[in-house]
Design a protein around this ligand. Structure first.
Ligand code: FE2
Length: 200
């Protein structure tokens, strides 16, 4: 199944000062589009264009770096657009997910500190995550396009800490971007949907 660039689930200017239209235009229309285009070419070349995206991500990890990087980044960004929403962030977390954050991650304040620290200390490009592993939530960080799928876990929430995600709006201040993501952008409803699926 060929990869396709999804529409953003909101207008380019919907995230206001926290993530500008200019950032979303470059990040979605240029960067994500390039992962889709390159991923399709490399999946064809590998004879994997009939496989699902998750299958391609898992099978190419450690065996076909070019395909993995593009397929994983396509997967990560498809979720990333939905991990943000206008008027998002903060403590308005659906009950089951909130309970798991309390029991597994030490509560909201500790989640926020640990998630931001994971993103701030990911050297170079990468992602920070809440992932579900062995039935429990954990904070993870990964380099480049890597994601929890290739570490036996399921992504629940992820934040892109590649410079292309924040440099226009925050310059080099990655921690400020991470704080805005947590306080004002997270779409907890979407994270909760993934949590319910992973728990089922
Ligand atoms: Fe990105």
């Amino acid at each position: 199944m060929a990869f396709e660039l999804p529409e953003l689930p909101y207008a380019y200017d919907a995230l206001g000062e926290f993530m500008s239209a200019e950032t979303l235009e470059y990040h979605h229309d240029k960067h994500h589009q390039a992962y889709v285009d390159n991923g399709n070419k490399l999946a064809d070349a590998a004879g994997m264009s009939g496989n699902s995206l998750e299958e391609i991500v898992k099978a190419s990890f450690g065996t076909n770096a070019g395909l993995f990087n593009n397929a994983a980044q396509h997967y990560n960004h498809m979720h990333f657009w939905h991990w943000m929403a206008p008027n998002g962030g903060g403590t308005k977390i659906p009950g089951n997910l909130e309970a798991a954050i309390n029991s597994d991650l030490g509560g909201y304040d500790k989640f926020k500190a640990d998630f931001m620290a994971a993103g701030a200390t990911q050297f170079g490009s990468g992602w920070c995550w809440i992932a579900m592993k062995d039935g429990k939530l954990e904070i993870m960080k990964t380099p480049n396009g890597e994601n929890p799928l290739v570490h036996g876990a399921t992504p629940i929430l992820g934040c892109d800490v590649w410079e292309h995600s924040y440099y226009i709006d925050y310059r080099n201040a990655r921690p400020k971007y991470l704080e805005a993501f947590v306080d004002s952008l997270i779409n907890w409803e979407y994270a909760s949907e993934l949590f319910e699926k992973a728990s089922a």
